[in-house]
Design a protein around this ligand. Structure first.
Ligand code: CU
Length: 122
Protein backbone atom coordinates (compact mmCIF):
# COMPACT_ATOMS: atom_id res chain seq x y z
CA UNK A 1 0.00 0.00 0.00
CA UNK A 2 1.34 3.44 -0.92
CA UNK A 3 1.97 6.14 1.61
CA UNK A 4 -0.89 8.23 0.10
CA UNK A 5 -3.26 5.29 0.41
CA UNK A 6 -2.39 4.81 4.05
CA UNK A 7 -2.99 8.51 4.72
CA UNK A 8 -6.46 8.32 3.16
CA UNK A 9 -7.26 5.20 5.11
CA UNK A 10 -6.14 6.80 8.35
CA UNK A 11 -8.35 9.85 7.71
CA UNK A 12 -11.35 7.58 7.07
CA UNK A 13 -10.74 5.71 10.30
CA UNK A 14 -10.37 8.92 12.27
CA UNK A 15 -13.50 10.52 10.82
CA UNK A 16 -15.40 7.28 11.47
CA UNK A 17 -14.40 7.43 15.11
CA UNK A 18 -15.50 11.05 15.32
CA UNK A 19 -18.89 10.13 13.84
CA UNK A 20 -19.27 7.24 16.24
CA UNK A 21 -18.41 9.45 19.21
CA UNK A 22 -20.94 12.04 18.00
CA UNK A 23 -23.74 9.47 18.08
CA UNK A 24 -23.71 9.31 21.85
CA UNK A 25 -23.94 5.58 22.34
CA UNK A 26 -26.97 5.51 24.65
CA UNK A 27 -29.61 5.61 21.88
CA UNK A 28 -31.82 2.59 21.35
CA UNK A 29 -31.43 0.72 18.08
CA UNK A 30 -34.31 2.62 16.53
CA UNK A 31 -34.18 6.38 16.25
CA UNK A 32 -37.29 7.70 17.94
CA UNK A 33 -37.93 11.39 17.71
CA UNK A 34 -36.72 13.54 20.58
CA UNK A 35 -39.32 16.18 19.75
CA UNK A 36 -41.67 17.43 22.43
CA UNK A 37 -44.14 18.83 19.90
CA UNK A 38 -46.67 16.62 18.14
CA UNK A 39 -48.65 17.83 15.17
CA UNK A 40 -52.13 16.42 14.72
CA UNK A 41 -54.02 16.22 11.44
CA UNK A 42 -56.40 13.94 9.53
CA UNK A 43 -55.50 11.25 10.54
CA UNK A 44 -52.05 11.27 11.99
CA UNK A 45 -49.67 12.32 14.71
CA UNK A 46 -46.30 13.69 13.58
CA UNK A 47 -44.05 12.31 14.85
CA UNK A 48 -46.09 9.17 15.44
CA UNK A 49 -43.46 7.71 17.76
CA UNK A 50 -41.51 9.83 20.17
CA UNK A 51 -39.33 9.44 23.21
CA UNK A 52 -39.27 12.03 25.98
CA UNK A 53 -37.86 12.24 29.49
CA UNK A 54 -40.31 11.93 32.37
CA UNK A 55 -42.08 15.10 33.50
CA UNK A 56 -41.97 16.58 29.99
CA UNK A 57 -44.56 19.09 28.86
CA UNK A 58 -45.73 18.06 25.40
CA UNK A 59 -47.07 20.61 22.94
CA UNK A 60 -49.91 19.35 20.73
CA UNK A 61 -50.73 21.39 17.65
CA UNK A 62 -53.83 20.74 15.58
CA UNK A 63 -52.89 21.39 11.95
CA UNK A 64 -56.07 19.73 10.72
CA UNK A 65 -59.59 20.88 10.02
CA UNK A 66 -61.28 18.59 12.56
CA UNK A 67 -61.08 18.33 16.36
CA UNK A 68 -58.35 15.97 17.53
CA UNK A 69 -57.11 14.69 20.89
CA UNK A 70 -53.95 13.01 22.14
CA UNK A 71 -54.69 10.35 24.75
CA UNK A 72 -52.31 7.91 26.45
CA UNK A 73 -54.13 4.59 26.49
CA UNK A 74 -54.87 3.01 29.83
CA UNK A 75 -53.79 5.75 32.22
CA UNK A 76 -56.43 8.43 31.91
CA UNK A 77 -54.06 11.14 30.72
CA UNK A 78 -54.42 13.18 27.59
CA UNK A 79 -55.72 16.36 26.10
CA UNK A 80 -59.27 17.63 25.93
CA UNK A 81 -60.60 18.37 22.45
CA UNK A 82 -58.10 20.46 20.49
CA UNK A 83 -59.83 22.72 17.99
CA UNK A 84 -58.41 23.14 14.47
CA UNK A 85 -55.55 25.62 14.45
CA UNK A 86 -55.10 25.51 18.24
CA UNK A 87 -52.27 24.23 20.43
CA UNK A 88 -52.38 22.84 23.94
CA UNK A 89 -49.86 21.65 26.49
CA UNK A 90 -50.01 18.16 27.96
CA UNK A 91 -48.06 17.95 31.20
CA UNK A 92 -46.70 14.44 31.69
CA UNK A 93 -45.63 15.09 35.29
CA UNK A 94 -46.10 11.97 37.36
CA UNK A 95 -46.55 9.60 34.42
CA UNK A 96 -44.38 6.55 35.09
CA UNK A 97 -41.62 5.77 32.60
CA UNK A 98 -42.76 3.24 30.01
CA UNK A 99 -44.12 2.86 26.52
CA UNK A 100 -47.66 4.10 25.98
CA UNK A 101 -50.00 3.89 23.03
CA UNK A 102 -51.27 7.31 22.03
CA UNK A 103 -54.51 7.76 20.14
CA UNK A 104 -57.14 10.29 19.12
CA UNK A 105 -60.49 9.54 20.75
CA UNK A 106 -62.61 11.24 18.08
CA UNK A 107 -64.92 8.72 16.40
CA UNK A 108 -63.10 6.72 13.77
CA UNK A 109 -59.80 8.58 13.95
CA UNK A 110 -57.72 5.81 15.51
CA UNK A 111 -59.12 3.36 12.98
CA UNK A 112 -58.00 5.71 10.20
CA UNK A 113 -54.45 5.65 11.52
CA UNK A 114 -54.31 8.40 14.11
CA UNK A 115 -52.25 6.60 16.71
CA UNK A 116 -48.68 6.30 17.82
CA UNK A 117 -46.45 5.61 20.77
CA UNK A 118 -44.78 7.70 23.38
CA UNK A 119 -41.86 6.31 25.31
CA UNK A 120 -41.17 8.03 28.60
CA UNK A 121 -37.67 7.52 29.91
CA UNK A 122 -36.74 7.84 33.59
CU1 CU B 1 -58.35 12.91 15.54
Amino acid sequence: MSRACRAVLLRLVVSGLVLAAGCGGTSPAAHPSAATTVHMAEYSFTPADLTVPSNTKLTLINDGTLIHTYILRGIGRGTADVQPGKRVTLDLAGVAPGIYQAFCDQAGHTEKGQSGTITITP
